[in-house]
Design a protein around this ligand. Sequence first.
Ligand code: AQP
Length: 334
Amino acid sequence: QKRIFSGIQPSGNLTLGNYLGALKRFVQKQDEGIETIYCLVDLHAITVWQDPEALRRQTREAAAAFIAAGIDPARSILFNQSQVSAHAEMGWLLNCVARMGWMNRMTQWKDKAGKNAEKQSLGLFAYPTLMAADILLYHATMVPVGEDQKQHVELTRDIAAKFNHDYKVDFFPSPAPLIEGAATRVMSLRDGSKKMSKSDPSDASRINMTDDADTIAKKFRKAVTDPEPLPETLEGLEGRAEARNLVNVYAALADISPEQVIAEFGGKGFGTFKPALADLAVSKLEPISTEMSRLMADPAEIDRILGVGAEKADAIAQPILAKTLDIMGMIRSR
Ligand code: AQP
């Protein structure tokens, strides 16, 4: 049986990277009729400092982005992680299964902690076991993510396998990462070697889902590129990371292949391509941000939707948590 779980951190404005790498694909999976569970992972967000009022607003904004992009709370389960306490409990249990060495090898930890590991929260280091808990708590079989999260899903598989092996059970299924489409790793508009990220200090490095048309046009116009026109073939993009990124973004937004983008724009300069890309991005993002503003006018309704989602999620998670505790030898007498 197929079941999809995925999440996004409400740690700031959602970006075009989050939209193309995750949210847009979450909607596609829902519309394919697969059982889909989507989570605003607020417990993950606090692994770095979050102002409490800002976190509340960002969580509601992210929920509004999901709904505006096409997530239907009647067909998908949509909730915020902290309302289902089983996530934190399962996270602890899996902390006792995962090995320090595995966590030390996580590239996201190395990137985010940098040379300053001593100053990071313990939660940031343990982030991947909580993510494994998120997925395994629902016995999810597929996890749509961007390229940057592939290693964490692979770690989840290792944790599931070790649990099954240590306790001699066949309990946790091995979830597969689903990394599909032309934009599985959208790059920063300022540096083609860095991924676009909501926590990048430079706002010019990313398109936010709530940016207005003028801002989107300006950010694409100023995006760093080489001076050459687009090549006539896809191979011609080799070694041109920034150009390749913009072609991928165009393809993903238009639901066409990068080859088709090159067929249309090969030989044309960025003076032609960037405005076309900006128009396309505005045509896709503007209806979503307009709907987001409408939804944000009624925060109580968003909270109500998240509460209903949390109840549905809890109904799936609790029996799986209870069984996990039982397998591990915890007395369950009430
Ligand atoms: N640049 C990207 N291209 C494609 N997919 C991306 N994702 C993130 N950035 C890109 C995907 O979005 C989902 C949610 O990500 P997250 O909120 O859990 O955190 P992240 O991966 O660490 O993304 P950010 O935007 O860089 O957040 P911050 O700055 O808060 O760390 C995931 O499926 C991710 O792959």
